[in-house]
Structures are given as structure tokens and as C-alpha cells.
Design a protein around this ligand. Structure first.
Ligand code: DAH
Length: 329
């Protein structure tokens, strides 16, 4: 036993450590929970007579202290060394690294501007899920079963029966909100929508829509018109716009709004008075309440605002293009 102890003592003394990895090997070699040399000796003590146990116990404890001391010394030396190294490397004459400040994505700028405009006239902003079920995206909005937009060719279905899909428009947010809240309310929502369309300069499989709706007693088409005028005039100054009669299953009457540009009339949004059937679908009394709704394509609008010709550029992530947009929003 004495020989063994001398041998261990030597080994502790002579163990050379350079790195933290060596330190860990050293620690495990002597104090490792299962196979540490000292750990095993402590275990073996049980088999020795009580008298010897006291003596050897003391000796092994001293060895343990030696190991711990060596570890402590290593730490203190290395910490000092590291700090010195850091201090030596610090050169106050080197100019600071410049931090590049990003810019908002052009579509986010328009989104935030629209949100700001609608907050000013008392609208609440809400988000809705991009993954929808058939009822919220189609059925509750009065879109008949045979409607072409329900076709597999137009909609990305995640599964059939039950039908789960990527929302094709933000109008589903109307249903989600109206089911949970009682009128009156004015709500705006902006987000991504998905359609199975070929990518071109004017269309993509994903784009952004803004959806607004207002329900109260006696809301009329003139309220809708004034709200649209307010939006367009705030975005474009005095712009020439027209309301063109149209059809949407969830509004009656319905209209499309066109804005006049150098190249002629450009359609930018759909709108109308919410169909009483839609109100019934979400248990709102259609005798008492009426409302308007509108849906607006953000990319479409951006082409006019930024005078762009191709929407694909928004998704190329070319920083040279993106960083040109500065905004207070
Ligand atoms: N959801 C329609 C679309 O994606 C746009 C739209 C039209 C929304 C009329 C509305 C509305 O809220 O009233 O083409």
C-alpha cells in the first residue's frame, strides 16, 4: 500500500498540464467517479482493518487535496494568462468596426404605412393563420362548392378530407374575427396568401394582402367609399380612382377599385358590402348589422408606389435593391 501511495504521489506531481483538456484528463484520472485512482482507493478502504483505515484514510485525503490544489493553481494561472493576453491584444488606436444598419423590406414599408393609416381611423390590427381549413377560407365566406378557386389547380391543399390548405386570401381572417367578437368592430389584417400560379412579373405563388372590414349598425357603401378614398389619397396624394361593379361571393354589392396611372387603369383591390349570409354564418344578426370589406394586393400596390415592373425582385433578396428603401416605418 505504501509503495502504491508513493507511486500515486509522484504521478500527481509529475502530471503535466498545458490545456483545459489536460486538466480534465488529470481530474478524471484521479477523482473520476467510477475509475478515478483515488476514488478506487477510498472504496478499497472498506476492506482494511479499522486501525489501518484511519491512517490510510488520512493519507488518501491528503492526496485528494493535492489533486484539488493542482487544479486550483492551473485555473488561477490560466485565467491570469488569458486576461493578460486579452489586455495585450487590445489596441485602442484601431478604428471601431462599423455596424451596418439594415433597412426595411419595401413590402414591409407599405404594410406598416397601411397599418398606421388604419390605426388613425380606429381600426384594430389582427393576424390570422396561413394554414386554414375549408370552412374559414371558403364555406363561411359563401364560396360555393363548385367555385373554381376551390380547385386543386388553384389552391395548395395540405390534406384532403378534412381539407386543410394554405389560405388563398386574407378574407378568412374576417370569419375568425367575427366568430369571436360581437360588433361593432373595425379590423385590419395583412399577411401572406398562397395560390398555385405560375411565377411571372405580375404573379407569384405567394403574395401579400391587406384585408379590412367594418361592421356596425347602418354601415353603408358610402362609408366604404370614403375609407377607400382616404387610403388611396393618403398613399398617392390626389389620385384618380374608379369603382367598377364586380362579383365576390362574400359581398353584395361588390366592386373592384382601379387607380389611374400613366399606363392606364390598374386594378388594385376588391371590396363590397358584406353579404348577409356571411354574417349569418358567424351568428351576427344581419337585420341589425351591416358592414363593408375590402382586400388589397400589397405587391400590386407596390408596383405603382415604387414604379416597378416586376414583383420577382422583392423575393430575390438582392441587398443592393433592398437597401435603397428608407422609411420612417
Ligand atoms: N378575397 C378577395 C381576393 O382575394 C379580395 C376581396 C374582395 C376581399 C372583396 C374582400 C372583399 O374583403 O370585400 O381576391
Amino acid at each position: 500500500m505504501d509503495k502504491k501511495i508513493d507511486q500515486i504521489k509522484k504521478e500527481i506531481k509529475c502530471f503535466h498540464m498545458k490545456t483545459y483538456n489536460d486538466l480534465e484528463i488529470f481530474r478524471i484520472k484521479f477523482l473520476g467517479k467510477k475509475k478515478g485512482i483515488l476514488t478506487i482507493l477510498f472504496k478499497e478502504l472498506k476492506e482494511v482493518s479499522i486501525q489501518k483505515r484511519k491512517i490510510y484514510g488520512k493519507i488518501i485525503n491528503e492526496l485528494k487535496k493535492e489533486v484539488q490544489n493542482k487544479i486550483k493553481i492551473f485555473y488561477s494561472k490560466n485565467e491570469i494568462h488569458n486576461n493578460n493576453e486579452k489586455i495585450l491584444k487590445f489596441d485602442p488606436t484601431i478604428p471601431g468596426k462599423s455596424i451596418e444598419i439594415g433597412s426595411r423590406h419595401p413590402l414591409s414599408i407599405i404594410k406598416n404605412k397601411i397599418i398606421d393609416l388604419f390605426m388613425k381611423i380606429g381600426f384594430t390590427y389582427v393576424d390570422g393563420p396561413e394554414i386554414e381549413d375549408d370552412w374559414h377560407n371558403f364555406t363561411a365566406l359563401n364560396i360555393p362548392i363548385f367555385h373554381p378557386s376551390r380547385d386543386m389547380q388553384d389552391t395548395f391543399f395540405l390534406c384532403k378530407n378534412p381539407d386543410i390548405l394554405l389560405r388563398t386570401h386574407t378574407s378568412s381572417v374576417q370569419i375568425r374575427y367575427m366568430k369571436k367578437h360581437s360588433p361593432p368592430f373595425r379590423v385590419l389584417s395583412i399577411g401572406k396568401v398562397y395560390r398555385n400560379e405560375t411565377i411571372s412579373s405580375r404573379s407569384n405563388f405567394m403574395f401579400h394582402q391587406a384585408e379590412g372590414f367594418y361592421i356596425d349598425r347602418k354601415v353603408s357603401f358610402s362609408d366604404l367609399k370614403q375609407t377607400i378614398y382616404y387610403l388611396i389619397n393618403s398613399l398617392f396624394g390626389e389620385a384618380k380612382i374608379r369603382f367598377r361593379p364586380s362579383y365576390f361571393p362574400f359581398t353584395e354589392p361588390s366592386a373592384e377599385v382601379d387607380i389611374y396611372c400613366d399606363s392606364g387603369w390598374i386594378e388594385i383591390m376588391g371590396c363590397g358590402m358584406i353579404d348577409p349570409q356571411v354574417l349569418k354564418n358567424v351568428n351576427i344578426d344581419s337585420e341589425l348589422y351591416s358592414g363593408f370589406a375590402f382586400g388589397l394586393g400589397i405587391e400590386r400596390l407596390s408596383l405603382i408606389i415604387y414604379q416597378m415592373k416586376d414583383i420577382r425582385i422583392y423575393f430575390d433578396n438582392d441587398i443592393r435593391f433592398l437597401k435603397q428603401f428608407k422609411s420612417e416605418f
